[in-house]
Design a protein around this ligand. Structure first.
Ligand code: FE
Ligand code: FE
Ligand code: ZN
Length: 292
């Protein structure tokens, strides 16, 4: 099972991320290259990167299963403030370069929010931006499926397909987020039907990352609030079935579940229960106990 969580890109950069991932028993992980809510970034340190790669080799973590997530403040959909839109494009180009220096293959990007624009205009803006950003020989952008909160684009498979169809390059894929899909109205309990739909519209081979999250809200709520594994409306059995799905066995699954009491990362215990296949009935208590 390729499983991990989002981890911090600390002062030790990728080395810090790897250490954290190992402490959770992960063999995959995802990080932001800095604070997700801003665009202040440090240069990539060559020595730290080299040490990180050595540690990954020792631990059997492949760089293929390391994912970067672009900050969510960039918005490729809205051109009302043209300077902001252009900044988003430039910033994403730099993020891709940083991924390239780190040797990472995939960067997850939220398609963007329309904020007052018509959906089809917003989708076209995203396409235009991506056509400016994507290069064949660079790390691949993965568009994330969204919950449809506010004016988010990419909350239906059709919208994702529209964007992919408009992008000239083939160097683009998708990241499916189980909480977002649930909140967007896709029933995770019928996951095989959903996979068929993804395959016929987009192609299953376009999925290069899965965000494995439970949801605090019911199907179609358009809320986007993640819940710990097994404690939400999707439930343990369904999330475990996705994590162990034969057709997705080479795709890294990344937990973005909430910290317990806003303080304790739940990932070690969640990974353990997903690996064992048994729901941990005392998940929260054990997490608190572990970090106390
Ligand atoms: Fe995301
Ligand atoms: Fe996500
Ligand atoms: Zn989310």
């Amino acid at each position: 099972m390729l499983i991990g969580s989002h981890v911090n890109f600390t002062n030790e950069q990728l080395l810090g991320s790897v250490k954290q991932a190992i402490s959770y028993g992960a063999n995959a992980f995802m990080f932001y290259t800095g604070a997700p809510q801003n665009t202040i970034r440090k240069d990539i340190d060559v020595t730290l990167t080299k040490k990180a790669k050595e540690l990954m080799k020792e631990e059997g973590i492949s760089i293929k299963n390391v994912i970067c997530h672009a900050p969510y403040i960039i918005n490729l959909a809205n051109t009302k403030d043209i300077l902001k839109w252009q900044f988003s494009i430039q910033f994403l180009k730099q993020e891709i370069k940083r991924c390239q220096v780190l040797g990472i293959s995939y960067i997850v990007v939220h398609p963007g929010s329309a904020v007052g624009l018509e959906k089809n205009v917003a989708l076209q803006n995203i396409i235009n931006a991506l056509n400016e950003i994507i290069r064949e020989d660079e790390p691949m952008i993965l568009l994330e499926t969204m919950a449809g909160k506010g004016s988010e684009c990419g909350c239906t498979l059709e919208e994702i397909k529209t964007i992919l169809d408009g992008v000239k390059s083939k160097n683009i894929g998708i990241c499916i987020d189980t909480c977002h899909l649930n909140d967007a109205g896709y029933n995770m309990m019928l996951f095989d039907d959903l996979l068929k739909e993804i395959d016929s519209l987009i192609g299953i081979d376009k999925i290069h990352c899965i965000h494995l999250n439970d949801s605090k809200n019911p199907l179609g709520s358009h809320k986007d609030r993640h819940e710990n594994i097994g404690l939400g409306t999707i439930g343990f059995a369904t999330l475990h079935a996705i994590a162990t799905h034969e057709k997705l066995k080479d795709v890294p699954k990344i937990l973005e579940t909430p910290y317990v009491l806003k303080e304790y990362p739940p990932f070690k215990q969640e990974i353990e229960s997903l690996k064992s296949g048994n729901k941990n009935p005392n998940l929260i208590e054990e997490i608190i106990e572990y970090y106390k």
